[in-house]
Design a protein. Structure first.
Length: 317
């Protein structure tokens, strides 16, 4: 393999994966890359032949807060991420952390989709995210098949989306990726009666999060356990009951602030609807979890990504 010369095609790679070296077989056509900014996401579709990508230098600090989700449509891919080596077949996807060394190899003709997003928007704790990164996710679960189908359709059709629906679609993609990551965390957790009980209680909280009187006491009573035991279950998971309730409320607020009717209600009104009595407390909590303010989430405005990306572009090499 020989290094690929710098140019628009290489710059498109940089916008997705940071600074990378690209190596291709002598005299071979590399392929094409389509790129698009949609809300808080960068989307890309790569189609081409044999190709190897690796970081040419330490990741740029401005990319350290980003995740790359790669989905293989056709062909195969090999991902090396720190000390992990992942083999991907068609329909499989993987989360990659742009703060770490990474290389991608496509041993033959390939079609792949990429979604780049701020890692904070996933809303997972770092120890949970660690269990998701560089792990192949197959489309043989409900969430796996749903996310694969949604991302494929999103990247293929996003360029034709009206502006008014772009942000809600991007928000839906982030929500689905969050649910997929949470499912992977659950699948990698060691099964135990206490874990099953904790998951049941978390589902109860999610289903009743619109109740303004939802507290550890009411959660414990509804699940026929003591408040002390409830706190013990959450303590083993590294989070308090109050933190989980707040996380669920923030997720509801995030969804509503990215909806088609987001501008019809004030941010304070949305916060109050989901149990926040103080607008300033809501804003601080939202930024603490997701890394951006509620206003920045509702109106992306190009502030999330430091590097500008064309509204739509296709480059070939």
């Amino acid at each position: 393999m020989t290094p690929q010369a710098e140019g628009p095609w290489h710059q498109a790679l940089h916008s997705m994966l940071g600074v990378v070296d690209a190596a291709v077989p002598d005299g071979r056509h590399v392929g094409t890359i389509r790129t698009l900014r949609l809300g808080h996401l960068q989307l890309a579709a790569l189609e081409g032949g044999e190709l190897r990508l690796r970081r040419a230098q330490r990741p740029n600090p401005q990319n350290n807060g980003l995740l790359v989700v790669m989905l293989v449509d056709e062909g195969a891919a090999v991902v090396e991420h720190d000390d992990r080596r992942v083999f991907l077949k068609p329909g499989e996807l993987v989360f990659c952390d742009m703060a770490r060394p990474m290389s991608l190899e496509f041993p033959g003709p390939v079609r792949a989709k990429f979604v780049v997003l701020p890692r904070r928007l996933i809303g997972l704790r770092e120890d949970h995210l660690e269990r998701v990164v560089a792990t192949p996710i197959r489309p043989d679960t409900t969430m796996g098949s749903l996310v694969t189908a949604f991302l494929t359709q999103l990247v293929d059709t996003a360029a034709d989306c009206p502006t008014a629906t772009g942000v809600p679609l991007a928000s839906s993609a982030i929500d689905l990726l969050t649910l997929l990551a949470e499912e992977q965390v659950s699948l990698t957790s060691q099964a135990s009666p206490s874990l099953d009980r904790l998951l049941q209680i978390k589902r109860f909280v999610e289903q009743n999060i619109d109740d303004p009187n939802l507290t550890p006491k009411t959660v414990a009573h509804a699940n026929s356990i003591s408040v002390r035991y409830l706190h013990k279950l959450f303590q083993a998971d590294g989070e308090t009951v109050g933190q989980w309730i707040q996380r669920c409320r923030l997720q509801k607020c995030r969804g509503e602030l990215a909806g088609l009717d987001a501008t019809k209600r004030s941010i304070a009104a949305v916060a109050h609807r989901w149990g926040f009595t103080s607008a300033s407390h809501f804003s601080r909590s939202f930024r603490s979890l997701y890394g951006i303010s509620p206003a920045e989430w509702r109106d992306p405005g190009g502030k999330v990504f430091k590097e500008p990306l064309a509204e739509m572009g296709t480059v070939a090499a």
